[in-house]
Design a protein around this ligand. Sequence first.
Ligand code: MG
Length: 167
Amino acid sequence: MSSPPFRIGFGFDAHEFGDRGSLVLGGLRFKGLPALAGHSDGDALLHALIDALLGAAGLGDIGDFFPDTAKRYKGISSLKLLKRVLDRVLRKGFKPGQVDVTVMADRPRLTPVKKRMRALLARHLKIPVDLISIKAKTSEGTRLVSLRGGVAVWALATLVPRREGRS
Ligand code: MG
């Protein structure tokens, strides 16, 4: 049986705003907004992306790797979690192909920082920036995210085989 040329994974995450700290989303810090509540730094974008990568690799989900009962992950930067997951994906013989992310948030406004966020993700995933897409939406008053306000993220990622000796 031949293997497919690429594999697809899908991830979702949502976090409510907490009442302390400062927001971290897509690896960027936003002053003036509280952090998202969560065991790690609450970076819902990176969590959805991690689940998409793990799904594509057939490696389970973020909770399998980083249980929220483990003290060592308390407050940890999700960029560190992403790095560990990427290492695991690479060891399995894949590398990221393309990433497409939709963020639903009434605040912060992401349009001004999307470019920076894409560049940061490209650097961490070691792929060209034009293979990373980030789309920002508001909830348009539907309160789909939460009554207190929060951020929901849907992410799609593909993985392609690594070629021996090349990447
Ligand atoms: Mg999460």
